[in-house]
Design a protein around this ligand. Structure first.
Ligand code: ASP
Length: 423
């Protein structure tokens, strides 16, 4: 068999499995873990950095190209309305599904008093860092989130990957203005962004050649840095609840895609495979965005006009996996502390988890920072964050898969509704 000729998702899968096996083997040797973090992990870091490097230029070029391709504002507002509406709807459904699962399984009741104390003790320092980070956001004035949308300096906004919403704002504003100037005058700028977009897509192709090796390093580093198996066991029911909820969400996407576009689940899965695997190994929707765009355009048949508008926005604001996880985690922590949450409190979680997932950055661990806000609003002890720390990374990997799958689903539905879905 020729490795070079294998489809990309198989290569990524092989890279992941080899990375895990390699790390398990190296773990047998006393300084194996250290060797991996010195000599293997840096390659994974370089791979993620290269992907992140592309995020800001990609959002700028693709959104400006996407919006200016639409040629008239009414088309934009129609597509924009549908996109935001669908994003909100899927997020609310995700949170509700999470609540349903966690209320049926009740994972918090299976944690013993000793395990709870042990977990809190082990992770309280890590948790307090997250609480600090969230507190800064929480103390902001009510309209601060809207104020933060508008950057006062585009170079400053573009120099921080955490400011994606500001970059999106600039790109939309710029694209709309480009659409409004007479075609003759706007032409050089339009051609510039069209061609910039092509160059960036080529950069992504080149980076993806390294993907199997990148995920090999990422998985190997993850395995040697993982906490002990005992803790994982104690949190098994909680992790299982999150994973069941996430799996149901994927089934829900298949259903949506089938109902709205007539495409079968197998079609969706084989098209999205590379993006889902990459989301799993990087835990970052922003880093996965370039590949999500490629999969959606080349395999799922969404025209660039739609994908270049819907996906960058989705990667930033639509996080169904994250919102579902936040709902499950909040109720789990409440259960572990012996609190019963009534209907009103759970309804509050639907609202805060929806908003918190919109506010979460598309990077590893961001969902956990925003979880603090959900906990605070529902009156659940924030120290509970320490309970779930041990299993957060694997769950982050899984929820990121759902985050990118949700964006792809919405892009297909929007494309179908405006006649931009190829057969
Ligand atoms: N890692 C997730 C993402 O990038 C966000 C999170 O839930 O932490 O989509």
């Amino acid at each position: 068999m020729n490795f070079k000729k294998l489809p990309l998702h198989w290569k990524i899968m092989i890279g992941m499995v080899m990375g895990i096996l390699f790390a398990l083997m190296m773990n047998q040797w006393s300084s194996g873990a250290l060797w991996i973090s010195h000599w293997i992990k840096p390659w994974g870091t370089i791979f993620i950095n290269a992907l992140k490097l592309i995020a800001v230029p990609l959002i700028l070029a693709s959104l400006i190209k996407g919006v200016s391709d639409l040629k008239d504002v009414s088309k934009l507002s129609k597509m924009g309305g549908k996109t935001i509406g669908l994003y909100l709807m899927t997020t609310v459904i995700a949170v509700s599904l999470g609540l349903l699962v966690v209320n049926i399984i009740r994972p918090g009741h299976s944690i013993s008093e000793t395990t709870r104390l042990e977990l809190i003790e082990n992770y309280s320092q890590d948790a307090s860092q997250k609480i600090e980070a969230a507190r800064a956001q929480q103390e902001a004035a009510p309209l601060q989130a809207i104020v933060d949308l508008v950057p006062d300096n585009i170079f400053k906004a573009a120099s921080d990957n955490g400011n994606m919403l500001q970059v999106i704002f600039f790109a939309l504003f710029f694209g709309i203005s480009l659409m409004l100037v007479p075609e003759e005058i706007g032409k050089p700028v339009k051609s510039f962004f069209d061609s910039l977009n092509e160059v960036i897509l080529k950069m992504i192709d080149l980076i993806m050649l390294a993907a199997p090796y990148g995920v090999f390093s990422l998985m190997a580093a993850l395995v040697v840095e993982a906490p002990s198996v005992d803790l994982f066991q104690a949190l098994g029911m909680y992790a299982l609840s999150v994973v069941i909820g996430l799996a149901l969400m994927i089934v829900f996407y298949w259903l949506l895609v089938y109902l709205f576009t007539g495409k079968k689940p197998a079609f969706f899965q084989s098209g999205m495979g590379p993006a889902q695997l990459l989301a799993f190994s990087t835990s970052s929707s922003a880093a996965t965005l370039p590949v999500t765009m490629e999969c959606v355009e080349d395999h799922l048949g969404v025209e660039e006009e739609v994908s270049s508008f819907v996906l960058p926005i989705g990667a930033t604001i639509n996080m169904d996996g994250t919102s579902l996880y936040q709902a499950v985690a909040a109720v789990f922590i409440a259960q572990a502390f012996g609190m019963e949450l009534g209907f009103a409190a759970q309804l509050g979680i639907v609202a805060t988890a929806t908003l918190a997932s919109i506010g979460s950055a598309a990077v590893p661990g961001a969902g956990m920072v925003m979880l603090v806000i959900v906990l605070a609003q529902a009156g659940i002890p924030e120290a509970g964050l320490a309970l779930i720390f041990a299993v957060d990374r694997p769950l982050d990997m899984c929820r990121t898969v759902v985050n990118v799958s949700g964006d792809a689903t919405v892009s297909m539905i929007v494309a179908k509704s405006v006649g931009k879905l190829r057969d």
